[in-house]
Design a protein around this ligand. Structure first.
Ligand code: ATP
Length: 252
C-alpha cells in the first residue's frame, strides 16, 4: 500500500546542530501516528518540513506517492496536507464561523466568483458549520474568536484545518495549555477524526498519545530511536531510558 506520507532520510542542520538527522518514516493511510520526544528533540522542525514551511537540507517528503519536497506550503495544502499550528493562527476579531468560512473560501478560491454573493455566502457558511459541528463548536459559531478559551481555540484551529479538506493532518501539540474537560473534548475529537484522516500528532500528553496512537515514533536529538505500536514503545528499553522513564516519573 502506498503510504499517505513518507519521509526519506530527512536532514536539517541549524549551524552545527543536527535538528533532523536522517529521519525515514512511512505513515500508512488512516493511521494516527504520534511523534514524541523530549523538548528540543526537533519535533516541530520535522513537522515544518512536512508542511513546507521549512526546507530540509536533504531528503524527501512524499505525499501519497507524489514528491512534494520542493513544493511550498500552499501547494501542499491543495494536495490535501494541512497543518494546525502550535502557535495559534486564529483571526481574533472574526467570529468563529467567519474564521472557518474564510478558510473554506481560501480553499475554494474562484469557484465562488460567478455565484450570487448571498448564495455563495450560504454555501460557504453551510460548509463551515459542518466543520464546527465536527469539532463541537457549532453552538459557538457567532462568538468572537479572540476571547474564547485555549481549548476552544484549539478546536477552532482544527476546524480551520479541516476546511482545507485534508487527507493528511499535521497537529502540533493540540492539547498544550488545556486541561480537564477541555483536554477530554479534544481527545474525543481526535478519536473521531482518526480513521477518517491520516494524522501525524506531536504531543507531550503521554496519556492521550498512548490512548490515541496506532503507532508512535520517538525522536531524540533529531533521530528516530524507535517506531512501533504503543505497547512496543512502552516496553522499549532505549525509549524508557531516553524519554519515557523521565516523563512517567515527572507525572507520577
Ligand atoms: N530557526 C531556527 N534556528 C536555529 N535553531 C533552531 C531553529 N528552530 C529550531 N531550532 C533549534 O532546533 C532544536 C529543535 O527545536 P524544535 O522546536 O523542533 O524541537 P521540539 O522537539 O519541537 O521541542 P518542544 O517539544 O520544546 O516544542 C532546538 O534546539 C531549537 O532551539
Amino acid at each position: 500500500m502506498t503510504p499517505m506520507l513518507s519521509m526519506r532520510d530527512l536532514r536539517k542542520n541549524y549551524g552545527a546542530l543536527k535538528v533532523t538527522d536522517g529521519v525515514t518514516l512511512d505513515i500508512p493511510p488512516g493511521e494516527l501516528h504520534a511523534i514524541i520526544g523530549p523538548n528540543g528533540a526537533g519535533k516541530t522542525t520535522l513537522l515544518s518540513q512536512l508542511s513546507g514551511e521549512t526546507a530540509p537540507d536533504s531528503g524527501k517528503v512524499v505525499l501519497d506517492g507524489q514528491d512534494v519536497t520542493a513544493m511550498p506550503m500552499q501547494a501542499r495544502v491543495r494536495l490535501g496536507l494541512a497543518r494546525s499550528f502550535q502557535i495559534t493562527s486564529i483571526l481574533p476579531s472574526f467570529t468563529v464561523l467567519e474564521n472557518v468560512a474564510t478558510a473554506v473560501q481560501a480553499r475554494s478560491g474562484s469557484s465562488f466568483r460567478f455565484a450570487a454573493q448571498v448564495a455563495a455566502d450560504r454555501v460557504l457558511n453551510d460548509e463551515a458549520m459542518g466543520y464546527l459541528d465536527a469539532v463541537g463548536l457549532a453552538d459557538k459559531a457567532g462568538r468572537i474568536a479572540g476571547p474564547m478559551s485555549h481549548g476552544e481555540h484549539r478546536q477552532l484551529e482544527i476546524a480551520t484545518a479541516l476546511a482545507t479538506r485534508p487527507r493528511m493532518l499535521l497537529l502540533d501539540e493540540p492539547l498544550a495549555g488545556t486541561s480537564g474537560r477541555e483536554a477530554d473534548l479534544l481527545v474525543d475529537l481526535l478519536q473521531e477524526l482518526r480513521g477518517t484522516l491520516t494524522i501525524a500528532l506531536i504531543e507531550h500528553d503521554m496519556q492521550a498519545v498512548f490512548a490515541l496512537a496506532d503507532r508512535i515514533s520517538v525522536l531524540v536529538y533529531g533521530r528516530l530511536i524507535a517506531s512501533g505500536t504503543p505497547e512496543a514503545i512502552r516496553g522499549d528499553a532505549q525509549v524508557r531510558a531516553a524519554y519515557l522513564g523521565d516523563e512517567e516519573a515527572a507525572h507520577a
